[in-house]
Design a protein around this ligand. Structure first.
Ligand SMILES: Nc1ncnc2c1ncn2[C@@H]1O[C@H](COP(=O)(O)OP(=O)(O)O)[C@@H](O)[C@H]1O
Ligand SMILES: [Mg+2]
Length: 266
C-alpha cells in the first residue's frame, strides 16, 4: 500500500514561510493534481514529499514509512529519528520524480540513461534491467530509440525518456513537477498520454501542472495551493465548476483564459 500523507508540514526559507501547515492525503492508486499560481510552493511541496527538502515541522508518510525518518519507541513515546543517507536514498527510490527539465546525460544513450540509476540502486541483473528498458521504451512509444542520444530526440521524447528513467527503479509513487512546461505545444500531448497511462495502470501520482483540461480529465483530487497554504481540495468537477474561494476563481480565470488565448493563436 502506498497512500501518501502530508501532515501539517511547515517550511521556511531564511525565516520566510513557504509552506504553512500543509496537509493532504493521496490515496493509493489515485491521482492528485496540485494547482496554484507561480511561487505558491508547489515545487517545494513535491520536494518535501520525496525527501529532497526537509520540513521544519510536520512529516510525510508513505504507507508505514515516514520520509527521511524512522519511528522509534522510547519509554512509550514515538519519536522521529532521522535516517542515515544510505537509508534515505533507499527510501527515496519509492518516490520517483520528473522535473520540468529532463536532465538526461547527453553523452549517454537512452538505454544507458535508463540503466544508470537502477544499476547504482542495485536493482535487478543486467539482463533484467535490459528487459525493463525494452518494456519501458514500449510504454513511452520509443522502442527504436534505445541507442539514440538525447540530442537526437525532441524535447517531448526526452521527457518521455526521463519518465521511463524514473520508472526503472519501480517507485510506488510518481511526482511530476510541470512535466510539460518546457515543451513546444505540439509535444505536450505525447507526454500527458504516458502520464494518463500510468494512472490507468493504478499508479499513485501527484502532478503539478498548468494543463487544466488534463488535470480535470486525469485527477481524482485537485489540491489548490496559494501562498504556501492548501486553499481548496476537491474533485475536479467541484473545483473546476464550483470553486469555493475567490483565490481559486481568480486563478481559474487566468489559467482558462490563457489556455483559450493559446488555442486561438494556433
Ligand atoms: N531553495 C530555496 N531557497 C530560498 N527560497 C526558495 C527556495 N526554493 C523556493 N523558494 C521560494 O519559495 C517560494 C515557493 O517556491 P516554489 O515552491 O518553487 O513555488 P512554485 O513551484 O509554486 O512556483 C518562492 O517564493 C521561492 O522563491
Ligand atoms: Mg514550481
Amino acid at each position: 500500500m502506498s497512500t501518501l500523507e502530508v501532515v501539517r508540514v511547515n517550511k521556511t526559507y531564511s525565516g520566510t514561510p513557504i509552506l504553512k501547515d500543509v496537509s493532504l492525503t493521496v490515496e493509493d492508486g489515485t491521482v492528485s493534481c496540485l494547482l496554484g499560481p507561480s511561487g505558491s510552493g508547489k515545487s517545494t511541496l513535491l520536494r518535501v514529499m520525496n525527501g529532497l527538502v526537509n520540513a521544519n515541522s510536520g512529516y510525510v508518510r508513505l504507507g508505514s514509512d515516514v520520509i527521511g525518518n524512522r519511528l522509534v519507541e522510547r519509554r512509550g513515546v514515538t519519536e522521529l529519528v532521522p535516517l542515515g543517507s544510505r537509508e534515505q536514498s533507499r527510501q527515496r527510490r519509492k518516490i520517483g520524480m520528473v522535473f520540468q527539465q529532463f536532465n538526461l546525460f547527453p553523452h549517454m544513450t537512452v538505454a544507458q540513461n535508463l540503466d544508470l540509476g537502477a544499476h547504482y540502486a542495485g536493482i535487478g541483473s543486467r539482463r533484467e534491467r535490459s528487459d525493463s528498458i525494452d518494456r519501458l521504451l514500449d510504454l513511452i512509444g520509443l522502442p527504436d530509440k534505445r541507442d539514440a542520444y538525447p540530442g537526437e530526440l525532441s524535447g517531448g521524447q526526452q521527457q518521455r525518456v526521463a519518465i521511463a528513467r524514473a520508472l526503472m527503479v519501480e517507485p510506488e509513487v510518481m511526482l511530476f513537477d510541470e512535466p510539460t512546461s518546457a515543451l513546444d505545444p505540439e509535444l505536450v500531448s505525447g507526454v500527458l498520454k504516458i502520464i494518463k497511462t500510468l494512472s490507468e495502470q493504478g499508479m499513485t501520482l501527484v502532478i503539478v501542472t498548468h494543463e487544466m483540461r488534463f488535470a480535470r480529465d486525469v485527477a481524482d483530487q485537485v489540491v489548490f495551493l496559494a501562498d504556501g497554504s492548501v486553499c481548496e481540495t476537491g474533485t475536479p468537477a467541484e473545483f473546476f465548476t464550483k470553486p469555493k474561494t475567490e483565490r481559486a476563481r481568480a486563478f481559474l480565470d487566468v489559467e482558462l483564459h490563457t489556455a483559450s488565448a493559446h488555442q486561438d493563436t494556433q
